[in-house]
Write a protein that binds this ligand. Structure first.
Ligand code: GLU
Length: 293
């Protein structure tokens, strides 16, 4: 049996906080206990928010946590062509369409719809895409593209789900926000027509994460519960692209004193600041509830 492969996959768009420490330490401990490998992936597809100094801080923070990872580190921004190919493949399968609305237009449409009743929200609380992109004719699409109206590429969720056979589910070794564990049914349709390629970059989080996990041979995905329901979209994409399915382990988020999810902009829980303030590794492990293994 080849060894299990774990990965920690932060985005360098801010300083890591205690929540990231919980994810990284869990990955590290589980990899070590199972004789597995630990990979590090820098998820830097968002060129407007990612910065080299944050990436540098990730390496420093992880080293401070006593974590060792395999080299080379994979940087998503260096593989955009690969994601583009996957989008092309889904487009050839008729599962993708361009959506031309701006964020402001989408907000306005949702506002109008909500005047006459509730409009569905995705598990993150964002309104499901209300636009008309899917209904445009080829001629209308071509006209807009010629006029250089920027567009995102969205997955036709109904068509994509119809393409799968049997019940789509995943194996959960941790737990969801309501204690869901074991064989969890994937419900990708609750996200609506998700974006697979953004206006400014030829991929999105959902697509890049699924492709990289497969390409890097990741067998165990250990991450925060905030990504629990996104796993449904990931399972769908794995099926559509013929990729293997890893095992998932979602862990509880570290919350602040007000019971809120930590933010990358709060200094008091940033690993850089805790280190500068003299916090020890043993204290960090205690704070995130992971005892030394
Ligand atoms: N890059 C994502 C984040 O920083 C994590 C992705 C994942 O673990 O699947 O939130």
């Amino acid at each position: 049996m080849p060894p299990p492969v774990f990965r920690f996959a932060p985005s360098p768009n801010g300083f890591l906080h205690l929540g990231h420490a919980r994810s990284a330490l869990l990955n590290f401990d589980l990899a070590r206990q199972s004789g597995g490998r630990l990979l590090l992936r820098i998820e830097d597809i968002d060129a407007t928010r990612c910065r080299p100094e944050y990436e540098q801080a990730i390496y420093e923070d992880l080293a401070w946590l006593g974590i060792a990872w395999e080299e080379p580190v994979r940087r998503q921004s260096e593989h955009l062509e690969l994601y583009r190919e996957a989008v092309d493949r889904l487009a050839r399968d008729g599962l993708i369409y361009p959506a031309f609305e701006s964020r402001a237009e989408i907000a306005r449409m949702v506002g109008e719809k909500e005047r006459t009743g509730a409009w569905p929200r995705d598990p993150d609380g964002a309104p499901v895409y209300p636009g008309i992109g899917r209904q445009l004719t080829e001629v209308e699409r071509a006209q807009r593209i010629r006029a250089e109206v920027p567009y995102a590429l969205r997955l036709d969720m109904t068509a994509a789900v119809a393409r799968t056979t049997g019940v789509l589910s995943w194996r959960e070794q941790g737990a969801g926000p309501d204690g869901e564990t074991g064989d969890v049914p994937a419900r990708p349709e609750q996200w609506g027509d998700v974006i697979l390629a953004r206006k400014d970059t030829p991929t999105s989080y959902h697509l890049a994460v699924v492709i990289d996990d497969a390409l890097q041979g990741v067998t165990h995905i250990v991450r925060g519960q905030d990504l629990f329901w996104a796993t449904g979209v990931h399972r769908l994409l794995q099926e559509l692209l013929g990729l293997p399915q890893p095992v998932y382990h979602h862990h509880a988020l570290v919350l602040d004193e007000a019971g809120q999810k930590l933010s990358k902009s709060t200094r008091s829980t940033a690993l850089q600041d805790l280190r500068a303030g003299g916090t020890t590794l043993a204290e960090v492990r205690r704070l995130v509830g992971i005892n030394p293994s």
